[in-house]
Design a protein around this ligand. Structure first.
Ligand SMILES: [Zn+2]
Length: 255
């Protein structure tokens, strides 16, 4: 026997679907026409604002800012970073850079020395510092980071595999798309160095349970994996036992 409630339930479902579809169309037309205000944070066409808490649209806005040199520099500037643009270095044998900056400091951190980074990598750095690194430091250590120690960014060289053989492939450092971070100094003056303070092995569960510095370093790396395309650290291989390698533009990797 046919249940008489089924057709009417189906009809009601169709009616609700049609109403939702019409509402969505109306909102879309209103948004495109400028009659429906959308906060910049949720407006896919609004420029990336590094200060805003990242959401689903952030990767999309990031990609757009990366592709447009002026928009990238504007986003860096509004993020409160201290930097100056540097002249392009025409690529020769896979080395060189365009739209790079000489980065001196982040939003609330000083770099151990000014360094040349592509704008897109500096943009990832800005998001990482503000939304991941400082949050991890506050949560685990009750302090903010005031200084980042690094081992350099631009270097015309191949990928270092640590076995002396190499891959014959240019490193992202060769296009100023990578930064090697080796340590941090907190607001209270405490220094944290990956070589000395990273848990060994990197995933040591006991160290992560008892040591807030180990948890901070893990959280800092997890955050970097969200903002950069590639992040390698002490858990990857011996070459990275003393630093986080943070890069943009390569294959996605988080190790
Ligand atoms: Zn590196």
């Amino acid at each position: 026997m046919t249940d008489p409630a089924v057709p009417s339930a189906r009809g009601a479902g169709r009616l609700i679907g049609a109403a939702l579809f019409s509402l969505a169309c109306g909102l879309l037309v209103g948004y495109l026409g400028g009659w429906v205000p959308v906060p910049p944070r949720w407006d896919p066409l609004a420029a990336l604002d590094v200060a805003e808490t990242p959401n689903l649209l952030t990767p999309f806005k990031m990609r757009r800012a990366r592709a447009d040199p002026d928009q990238c520099l504007a986003a860096l500037k509004s993020a409160g970073l201290r930097f100056s643009p540097v002249s392009d270095r025409a690529p020769v044998q896979g080395c060189g850079f365009t739209n790079a900056v000489r980065l001196e400091s982040g939003h609330r951190v000083q770099l151990s020395s000014a360094t040349v980074l592509s704008c897109r990598t500096a943009l990832s750095f800005a998001l990482w510092e503000r939304h991941d690194l400082q949050a991890a430091a506050r949560a685990e250590l009750g302090q903010e980071v005031r200084r980042i120690e690094h081992l350099g960014s631009y270097a015309c060289r191949n990928v270092n595999t640590g076995d002396g053989r190499g891959t014959g492939r240019r490193s992202r450092h060769a296009t100023a798309d990578a930064l090697d971070v080796s340590g941090f100094t907190l607001a209270n003056g405490r220094r944290i160095q990956l070589l000395r303070d990273a848990p060994q092995p990197w995933d040591d569960a006991q160290a992560l349970q008892r040591d807030p510095v180990a948890r901070f370093l893990h959280a800092a790396q997890a955050g970097a994996c969200r903002r950069f395309d590639g992040t390698l650290g002490p858990g990857y291989n011996r070459v990275h036992r003393d630093h986080f390698h943070l890069e943009t533009g390569g294959w996605p990797i988080c190790r």
